[in-house]
Ligand binder design. Structure first.
Ligand code: ADP
Ligand code: MG
Length: 574
């Protein structure tokens, strides 16, 4: 059987897993690490860097790298890296291609299919964009599943006999998802889901960075535009500080100089855990809404929740854990690594698709996260008014689902009806997200009020198809609700060719780049007495990297590794 891999394509980090010998297993990347930062960089040579190497490059040359592009999936936004214009779909495809290559190396064979996870709150366009990114990476996307569902699958897989109401809270780098589910004897039923697409751990880092800027009298927003190097370095320091505050009461953060350099002369600011909690409060307030919404939709009180599962790196923050136990009146569970549960669950889903014996007693049902409907005209006070919204599939309906509704023509002899399809909860379409439209253009002449049937079909991937037809007519007008990301086969082939033309930075060299970066950072850390010694070993290694003589290179590498080890900074070669 071919392997379907499970991929957690995260805003901050991505992971890849496979179901093997009755268990989901994570797949290490070229550096031997399980987490691959979702960062893409383009080198002067035009080669593409993905992961830790790109994240490192982003600190010294931010203009050649991009991170957090998942937040722009489904939008028209583009970024330019070294004169190459790239869409979020294309950038994501680089991450997927890199994970695919890691999996092929690990499994010693070709990998052509994947299950990819998305935030539950991703809309139709964002899901399609994710599928497209898979295609561009040469992966057939067998299923798109919601991240919290994947997390629950992992817990469900380990705890099949349970019977409870479970809440999964996933706070990643850029998104927040809440999902309520019922677990009952191997069956997992998602009851309700809600979330926010622009709220994650990175916002907590930004709050900290903004505070530090304020303390030294620098407006943060302005600095973001005018001093990108300084901000890149400051964010890195704040990220570290945020993590340190998980275990310590205080942290001292160095604020880099305007040019991004940081030495003993640059400013230092002290922040306490208490101050960090205060800075985080507005963000915590925003987390409340989706939690309450989910409880309301499921008709449950916080006390009726039996268990809370924490997912996503940012749930490691004590302020978050404290907040959750206050909100849901129970101690959250996090015995499985919060970074890993989503990818592992994607692999469990892959096993379900492949009918693996280890999951034969598991069943899972998911819901549609948004209400889906159409624009209608209302007669109010004797006047026809447009711009109103009629739901056809309500949010949190179990999927797959197909629902019909009959609408009526408004004008006499109206031969064409354009039906605009929307997603959202508002009474007016202007406040919802327009997904597309379907037109019926064979309405026979006649009075107003002729019936037209609209059928919405929402599949297990969370993708919507809309059909419209006259009751008695055989002619069907169908639209797979499409955004700008839909392509013809030819366009897709062309896009795949364009992506394949990007060469990846060679895999083995990534490890060496990583070593070089580590050694360079260490130069500033070692006791100044030994700095020259290390610097010379780094110089040799850097020269050998470009010289192309394998023997000289091996010697230089071995020499650098032992130099680092002898100075108390061993390089973890994984
Ligand atoms: P995503 O799913 O969006 O890729 P992750 O689940 O990998 O995100 O979480 C990334 C976020 O978790 C980042 O904002 C990071 O700063 C935060 N994070 C990771 N570890 C810690 C920690 N120990 N303390 C606080 N925040 C952390
Ligand atoms: Mg995640």
């Amino acid at each position: 059987m071919t392997n379907i891999i499970g991929i957690d394509l995260g805003t901050t980090n991505s992971l890849c897993a496979v179901f093997q010998n009755g268990q989901p297993r994570l797949i290490p990347n070229a550096l031997g690490q399980l987490l691959t930062p979702s960062v893409v960089g383009i080198l002067e040579s035009g080669e593409v860097l993905v992961g830790a190497a790109a994240k490192e490059l982003a600190v010294t040359s931010p203009e050649t790298c991009v991170a957090r592009f998942k937040q722009w999936m489904g939008s028209d936004r583009k970024v330019t890296l070294r004169n190459r214009e790239l869409t979020p779909v294309e950038l994501s495809s680089f991450v997927l291609r890199s994970l695919k290559e890691d999996a092929e190396r690990f499994l010693n064979g070709q990998v052509a299919e994947a299950v990819i996870t998305v935030p539950a709150y991703f809309n139709d366009g964002q899901r399609r964009a994710t599928k497209m990114a898979g295609s561009l990476a040469g992966l057939k996307v067998r299923r798109i599943i919601n991240e919290p569902t994947a997390a629950a699958l992992t817990y469900g897989f380990h705890d099949k006999k349970a019977e409870k109401q479970l809440v999964v809270l996933d706070l990643g780098g850029g998104t927040f998802d809440v999902t309520l589910m019922e677990v009952f004897d191997g069956s997992l039923e998602i009851v309700a889901t809600a979330g926010e697409n622009f709220l994650g751990g990175e916002e907590f880092t930004d709050r900290l960075a903004a505070e530090l800027c304020k303390r030294i009298g620098l407006p943060f927003e302005q600095a973001e535009l005018t001093q990108p190097l300084m901000i890149a370095r400051l964010r890195q320091n704040c990220e570290l500080a945020k993590r340190t505050l998980a275990d310590s009461d205080q942290v001292v953060v160095r604020v880099p100089n305007k040019d991004g350099s940081a030495g003993s002369e640059s400013a230092e600011v002290q922040i306490s855990r208490h101050e960090f909690a205060r800075l985080s409060q507005p963000l915590l307030d925003r987390l409340q809404r989706p939690i309450h919404k989910v409880l309301r939709d499921a008709n449950l009180t916080p006390e009726q929740v039996d268990e809370v599962i924490l997912v996503g790196g940012a749930t490691r923050m004590p302020v978050l854990q404290q907040f959750v136990s206050e909100q849901l009146a129970c101690q959250p569970r996090c015995e499985l690594n919060p970074d890993q549960v989503v990818a592992l669950g994607a692999a469990v889903q892959a096993a379900l698709i492949q009918d693996d014996a280890a999951v034969e007693d598991m069943v899972m049902t998911d819901v549609c996260p948004h209400t889906l409907g159409v624009e209608v005209v209302k007669e109010l006070g004797g006047q026809l008014r447009d711009g109103y919204y009629t739901p056809i599939i309500h949010r949190n309906t179990t999927i797959p689902v197909s629902k019909e509704q009959t609408l009526f023509t408004v004008h006499p002899n109206q031969t064409v009806v354009n039906i605009a399809v929307y997603q959202g909860e508002s009474r007016r379409v202007a406040e919802n997200v327009r997904l597309g439209q379907v037109s019926v253009n064979n309405v026979p002449l006649g009075p107003a009020g002729q019936p037209i049937v609209i059928r919405f079909t929402y599949d297990v991937n969370g993708i919507l198809e809309v059909e419209a037809f006259m009751q008695d007519s055989k002619e069907r007008f169908v639209t797979v609700i499409s955004t700008d990301h839909s392509m013809t086969d030819e366009e897709l082939e062309e896009a795949q060719r364009r992506m394949q033309a990007f060469k990846f930075y060679p895999r083995d060299d990534i490890r060496n780049r990583h070593l070089l970066h580590y050694a360079e950072q260490t130069v500033g850390e070692v006791n100044p007495l030994f700095r020259d010694q290390l610097e010379s070993a780094v110089d040799h290694f850097e020269t050998a990297m470009s010289a192309g003589d394998p023997e000289i290179f091996d010697t230089a590498r071995t020499n650098l590794l032992s130099c680092l080890a002898s100075l108390g900074f061993p390089f973890d070669q994984a």
